[in-house]
Write a protein that binds this ligand. Sequence first.
Ligand SMILES: [Zn+2]
Length: 231
Amino acid sequence: MFYLDPIYFFFALPPLLLVLYAQFKVQSTYGKFLKTPNMTGITGAQAARRLLDASGLGYVGIDGTPGELSDHYDPSQKVLRLSSGVAYSASVASLGIVAHEVGHAVQDQRAFLPMQVRTGLVPIVNLGTTLGYIFFLAGIFLQFTGLVWAGVGLFSLGFVFTVVTLPVELNASSRALALLWNNGLVGTTELAGAKAVLDAAALTYVAAMAQALGNLLYYVFLALGMGRRDD
Ligand SMILES: [Zn+2]
């Protein structure tokens, strides 16, 4: 159990390659469209304010956050937190990113079900993963297959979380493109640029799901192997 299992790489390597590709794709697309000025010369922070107000979200504040591509909507504080690279640049990339985060604020305002499920899952997933390891290792130690499978069941919550994340992210991105277009912040070429940035970001969530699936399948494989030893 405590050595590096070569079988692990069979499950973990393909998703890892996808994760690395998605990260590369995000960085290169973001880099390209961060250098592409938008037609109205509006900064990310200004665009965010305008889109929030146009969506009836005047009460949602805008604040800064450290780091690059760390932009997010904080549903507990009702605040959009923007990285300085996005907030102060009048680029196509910053329009796409802030509109996506406004999309999350709209989801919150309209009680979008997948978002509520996702938020509700956070504490369960954290507890489930910790308990999953304990159950799994205890099951192996005690040679009790039922306990091992209980551990696998708890691990599967992490995968479920990455699956529920997908509709939340894809919906925020489609809302983003509609918001930019309907509020006259983009022309057709800029819309395509903003979409390229958001599609690259979506790929990272698909990669995270593949990674969680690879991990889960590895534990299923270990549990199945243990079941065979019991016969
Ligand atoms: Zn998002």
